[in-house]
Design a protein around this ligand. Structure first.
Ligand code: FES
Ligand SMILES: [Fe+2]
Length: 393
């Protein structure tokens, strides 16, 4: 049930305009998608951050990124600095990346440390977030130490954090439904693939001068493939493709390619027990807002998007293969390299277009799309998903 918060709904209408709002819910042949303001306005992004990215599960990292106790990954989620920390006990915890004393951002870059020490007045935190010591706080040369759990109220602010098959997610609100409930519409459609076998082999990071929704719209639609991606169209021609569709908060699309090709199933072990058809299937989904995944018989590739500003998105591609041998065996080294370079090439073809799309949204002549009912139904629905998620009580 969609119950809008009346104050937020009024802000949404003000930013999009009454007409902009109304047409987003019109049938596709009359709708024009979100108006330009949704791609340029800082106020609009603030709403998206507060109402979507801070109230939902957000993919933040692969478990294997943090190699041992003390490994730390800082990241901005929903416009707020957070960090992921592997503790002495091997657990990954998420904290707000901010010192309890005066609010300094604690960790600037991925690093490894036994203690998280603030660069401003050297308050020192343990890897589990508790405060260990603070020098000079009560006067010169007084070192206050907390060795017996007596400074609980001075610990780093914790964030709800859960994992699924080597992928970690945070929920800043602490109120989102269970992680598996959020993913359920995806899990239902992908039951032929046993994702407990996936193993991380690396990542690539990109900063794209484009709005995060353009990145997702582009990810969903197969319409541009014939014009933009020569190698991908050779793998899967237009006539095996369809528009895909949303089921609740999850977008799903797929095709069955005529045959497996380089970088897509030809050189690495497959998920166990796949049918012939599933071994040629390419499928991809988006669990809103940022867990976008593409699956072929031999891989699981996450595209995680984090808005930095209305016209800039930080994106990470995480590459997983199937089984320990595929991840570490020497005989699969070439296959792993091919997989990563295939994705890097494909992604760069999109980045160029995404930056042009963003610039085009500055045009005085353009304030909405003409959408193809054959291909762009899901992009049309993304506009509605975003509005509803913002407005939801
Ligand atoms: S702000 Fe961190 S120790 Fe002062
Ligand atoms: Fe593309």
């Amino acid at each position: 049930m969609h119950t809008p918060d009346p104050i937020i709904a009024a802000q949404v209408k003000q930013l999009l305009g009454e007409d902009g709002y109304a047409q987003a819910f019109a049938p596709i042949d009359q709708a024009t998608g979100l108006p330009n303001a949704a791609y340029w306005s800082k106020d609009w992004l603030a709403l998206e951050n507060k109402r979507i990215f801070q109230r939902s599960w957000v993919f933040v990292m692969a478990d294997a990124e943090l190699e041992g106790p003390g490994a730390i990954k800082p990241l901005d989620v929903g416009g707020t600095p957070i960090m992921l920390v592997r503790g002495e006990d091997g657990q990954v915890r998420a904290f707000h990346n901010v010192c309890r004393h005066r609010g300094t951002q604690l960790v600037g870059e991925a690093c490894a440390a036994n203690t998280i020490t603030c660069p401003y007045h050297a308050w020192a935190y343990r890897l589990d977030g508790t405060l260990k010591s603070r020098p000079h706080f009560h006067g010169p040369n007084q070192l206050e130490r907390f060795d017996n759990g007596e400074a609980e109220d001075l610990a780093l602010y914790p964030i709800r954090c859960e994992s699924w098959n080597g992928c970690h997610f945070v929920d800043l609100s602490g109120q989102a439904p269970d992680l598996t409930t959020w993913m359920a519409p995806m899990l239902k459609r992908t039951s032929a693939f046993d994702f407990s076998n996936i193993r991380w082999i690396g990542k690539r990071s990109y900063t794209i001068k484009s709005n995060w929704k353009l990145v997702l719209e582009n990810y969903m639609e197969g319409y541009h493939v014939f014009a933009a991606h020569p190698r991908l169209i050779a793998h899967a021609p237009m006539d095996v493709r369809w528009s895909g569709e949303w089921s609740e908060n999850v977008f799903y699309n797929d095709y069955v390619a005529p045959e497996i090709t380089k970088g897509r199933g030809d050189a690495l072990p497959h998920y166990p027990g796949l049918s012939n058809e599933d071994s040629r299937r390419g499928l991809w989904f988006v669990c809103l807002p940022n867990f976008a995944v593409e699956v072929f018989a031999d891989q699981f590739v996450v595209m995680a998007t984090h808005p930095i500003s209305p016209d800039e998105t930080y994106e990470e591609l995480h590459f997983f293969v199937v089984g320990d041998d595929a991840a570490a065996g020497d005989k699969y080294a070439r296959g792993r390299e091919e997989l990563i370079s295939m994705w890097d090439d494909l992604n760069m073809e999109d980045v160029e277009l995404l930056e042009r799309l963003q610039r085009g949204r500055r045009s005085a002549a353009f304030d909405g799309s003409i959408m193809s009912p054959a291909w762009e139904g899901p992009a049309h629905e993304l506009a509605q998903q975003v509005i509803r998620a913002i407005e939801r009580e």
